[in-house]
Design a binder for this molecule. Structure first.
Ligand code: SF4
Ligand code: SF4
Length: 95
């Protein structure tokens, strides 16, 4: 009979980093890339438009942010950035 292995016991402990999401709404052109590509679905379209007439993102669930900074990298106008702890990395993932 085959032995069952509990794989969860092999995974490292995951601790979510603390961070703050900063949105410079005046720079935003409402392309929605940050909203679309955020892996944690942290962002959504604001109900208010900026001075250029575009709808910037707002953080609907900032506690879900994992500080991956994909939004920062993908934004063509540098209108969003993250301040916070870098995740501690080891050979097998984020701790
Ligand atoms: S840092 Fe990552 S998880 Fe946080 S809002 Fe940006 S894309 Fe989403
Ligand atoms: S990627 Fe940048 S310009 Fe596009 S919606 Fe997000 S903050 Fe605005």
């Amino acid at each position: 009979m085959a032995t069952k292995i509990k794989y969860t016991a092999l995974l490292p402990e995951i601790v979510r980093p603390t961070c703050e999401i900063h949105i410079l709404s005046g720079r935003c052109k409402g392309c929605g890339f940050c909203i679309e590509f955020c892996p944690r679905k942290v962002l959504e379209v604001s109900g208010e438009f900026n001075e250029k007439g575009f709808f910037p993102p707002v953080a609907k669930s900032p506690e879900q942010c994992v500080n991956c900074r994909l939004c920062e990298l993908i934004c063509p106008d540098m209108a969003i950035y993250i301040v916070g702890e870098e995740p501690e990395r080891c050979g097998d993932g984020i701790r």
